[in-house]
Design a protein around this ligand. Structure first.
Ligand SMILES: Cc1cc2nc3c(=O)[nH]c(=O)nc-3n(C[C@H](O)[C@H](O)[C@H](O)COP(=O)(O)O)c2cc1C
Length: 238
């Protein structure tokens, strides 16, 4: 069987169908005595520690100002049991209705932020705005997850992944290739991210970590890990 599928041209504006990361999440917020929820698919993990997540929140959404002004939100992870509610929340606006009430969802008090948790979701991540430097240009908010609540089971919940046009794919089969990973490679992504050179406010490269992201080789990584007394046996992707 050939591993090379036959391809045709595809519109670049539609590549989101293949690249949208998912899972679809529900972002809850509170501001000025009001609460709200929006559906969101455009998010990306950016760092392990601090735990950073970047999110595109359109300025046309009611949630935008609520989150920008309160500087907080909760990222809630729904499963397929909430599919119709997820779609309903993404097709209504908090400017007109209270979505908790309208969709029969339970708002629970968060521990570290003013925005409410959605009790019916599998997980709730309390977030504080970490960096709003790209909000003006790209509506891109960088949040730090400051508290996480996750259901004990199932370990791999059935989540929704949006492909555009009102169509979702659902996470399903779990496959493991753990035996093919070198332990240091399982661990190294977070290590490399936190070791990459940063650009500080003056535009100067901060080379205090002594390594460049691109130059860091596995061997150099191994040496550094050992020099700093880190164990490389632990895998973060369990
Ligand atoms: C599957 C799905 C994914 C969505 N992803 C995003 C997103 O990533 N960013 C965004 O700004 N809006 C997204 N939306 C649109 C908002 O959820 C929608 O505009 C919502 O009505 C905003 O609610 P609000 O006005 O109460 O804030 C998505 C909607 C759906 C149905």
């Amino acid at each position: 069987m050939s591993l090379k599928p036959k391809k045709t041209d595809f519109p670049t504006s539609q590549v989101r169908r293949y690249l949208e990361p998912g899972p679809i999440v529900l972002v809850s917020s509170a501001h000025d005595g009001r609460r709200n929820i929006m559906t969101m698919g455009w998010h990306t993990v950016m760092e392990f520690t601090p735990s950073l997540v970047g999110c595109v929140i359109s300025s046309a959404n009611h949630s935008f100002e609520m989150i920008r002004q309160s500087r907080e939100c909760v990222i809630n992870l729904p499963t397929t049991k909430l599919t119709d509610i997820v779609v309903g929340i993404g097709n209504t606006t908090g400017a007109e209705i209270d979505k908790f009430e309208h969709f029969g969802l339970t708002a629970e008090k968060a521990e570290r932020v003013g925005a409410p948790l959605i009790a019916e979701c599998h997980a709730n991540f309390e977030c504080r705005l970490h960096d709003d430097g790209l909000v003006g240009k790209y509506n891109f908010f960088i949040f730090e997850v400051v508290k996480a609540h996750v259901a004990a089971s199932p370990k791999h919940p059935e989540t929704l992944h949006y492909t555009g046009d009102g169509v979702f794919v659902v996470s399903g089969k779990v496959i493991s290739r753990r035996s093919l990973f070198r332990p240091e490679m399982l661990w190294s992504i977070g290590r490399l991210l936190s070791a990459r050179p940063r650009i500080d406010g003056s535009g100067e490269r901060n080379r205090s970590c002594g390594e460049s992201w691109h130059m860091t080789s596995t061997d150099r990584f191994r040496r550094n890990a050992a020099a700093h007394g880190h164990s490389i046996a632990r895998a973060p992707f369990e």
